[in-house]
Ligand binder design. Structure first.
Ligand SMILES: [Zn+2]
Length: 327
C-alpha cells in the first residue's frame, strides 16, 4: 500500500495500533483541510484558533513535550461519526468544501485509518450541545452513507435507488468506480458486517428520528477497536469505555446526560441533540452501529491491560482529572 504504516501521532509521539494507518504526510494521505488551535492549549499562535484556515506550514507546535502534557489534560473524548459518504476520499472531498470542518481520522471501508493531522490540533466535527465539544475531543469519521443510502430517506444526494444490493444474503455497498479505485485494498468489496431481516438495514429511533441504515464493514469494526486502544494509549483521559445505561445495561443511542464530562468513547448523537441555537441535531454513528460489540471488545482490552499492569512494578496511580462517568 502506498505509504500505509501502523502508527498514529500526538505531538510527534507515535503509537503502533496494529492496523493500517496512512498519515497526512504520505503520498496516499489526506491533509486536514481546516485545522484549528485548541483554546485550552498554549503551544501555538492563538491566532490559529479562529477562522480563516491558514496555510498548513503556519500550524506549528512550539514545544512538543509541553504540548503533549497540555493535550493529555484537556482531551478526554473520542467521538465516532458516520461520514454520510461513500468512502474516505469522498469524506475528504466533502470536508474540503467546507470553510471550517475537519476530522482527525477517517476510517475507510477496507479498515484503513487515515490520520489527517497531529492530535494536538482541534478539528471541527461535533460542537456538542455546549459548543465546547471539539476542545475536549478527537474525531473519527467512519465511512458509511448512513440514512442517505436508502433512496426513500436520501436528502443530500437524492438517490433514485438504494445504494446497497443483496446477493446470497449479503448486502454490498454499490460503490461508484471513482471511489472504488481509490480504496487502498485492491478489489475490496464493501459488505455490511451484519444484516437485519430481508431488507438488510437497521432501523431505530435516535434523538427523535427513525434512522435506517446498513451496517459498517467487518474491516471497519476491527480497525476501530485498534484505533480506540491506540488513542487511549496516547491520551489516557479517553478511557476505554462507552456510555452504558445502568438500568438496561445497554449503550444508549441518543444524547446522554453527562455528555460534557463523560471520559471515553462516544457517538456524535451522545453529545449533540441540537438543543443549542445553531447546533444541528445528530444521529451518528447511527442505528446500525454495533455498540455492544465495541463495548465487549473494549472490556476485553481493559482486562488485558489490567493484567499486564498488575505484573509491572507500581509507579503510583494513573492521573485522571475527569469526573467519574455515567454510570
Ligand atoms: Zn457526526
Amino acid at each position: 500500500m502506498t505509504g500505509a504504516g501502523r502508527s498514529i501521532v500526538a505531538c510527534g509521539r507515535r503509537v503502533d495500533i496494529g492496523a493500517p494507518v496512512v498519515l497526512w504526510d504520505r503520498e496516499a494521505g489526506y491533509v486536514c483541510p481546516n485545522k484549528r488551535g485548541r483554546a485550552v492549549c498554549a503551544q501555538h499562535d492563538p491566532a490559529l484558533n479562529d477562522q480563516p484556515t491558514r496555510p498548513d506550514a503556519e500550524y506549528r507546535v512550539l514545544d512538543p513535550a509541553s504540548a503533549y502534557a497540555e493535550l493529555k489534560k484537556c482531551v478526554y473524548q473520542l467521538v465516532l461519526h458516520y461520514d454520510a459518504c461513500y468512502s474516505a476520499l469522498h469524506c475528504h472531498e466533502t470536508l474540503k468544501d467546507s470553510p471550517f470542518k475537519g476530522s482527525h481520522f477517517y476510517l475507510d471501508l477496507d479498515g484503513v485509518v487515515y490520520q489527517t493531522c497531529d492530535l494536538y490540533w482541534k478539528t471541527n466535527a461535533a460542537p456538542a450541545d455546549d459548543r465546547l465539544g471539539n476542545e475536549r475531543a478527537v474525531h473519527v469519521e467512519i465511512s458509511n452513507l448512513g440514512p442517505e443510502a436508502l433512496a426513500s430517506d436520501s436528502e443530500y444526494y437524492r438517490f433514485e435507488r438504494d445504494q446497497y444490493g443483496e446477493k446470497d444474503g449479503r448486502w454490498q455497498l454499490l460503490l461508484p468506480q471513482k471511489y472504488r479505485e481509490k480504496i487502498l485494498t485492491p478489489n475490496f468489496r464493501p459488505f455490511a458486517a451484519r444484516t437485519r431481516g430481508e431488507r438488510g438495514y437497521f432501523s431505530r429511533r435516535i434523538n427523535g428520528k427513525t434512522v435506517r441504515m446498513w451496517d459498517f464493514t467487518e474491516e471497519q469494526y476491527r480497525s476501530l477497536v485498534r484505533l480506540c486502544v491506540g488513542v487511549h494509549e496516547l491520551l489516557p483521559g479517553i478511557a476505554l469505555r462507552v456510555p452504558c445505561d445502568p438500568r438496561t445495561g445497554r449503550v444508549p443511542l441518543g444524547k446522554i446526560e453527562n455528555f460534557a464530562t463523560f471520559a471515553g468513547i462516544v457517538g456524535h448523537a451522545h453529545v449533540q441533540n441540537g438543543t443549542a441555537d445553531g447546533v444541528a441535531q445528530k444521529y451518528d454513528p447511527g442505528s446500525a452501529f454495533h455498540w455492544a460489540r465495541l463495548r465487549q471488545e473494549l472490556l476485553k482490552e481493559e482486562r488485558k491491560r489490567r493484567g499486564r499492569n498488575a505484573n509491572k512494578d507500581a509507579e503510583g496511580p494513573e492521573f485522571f482529572p475527569f469526573p467519574p462517568a455515567f454510570p
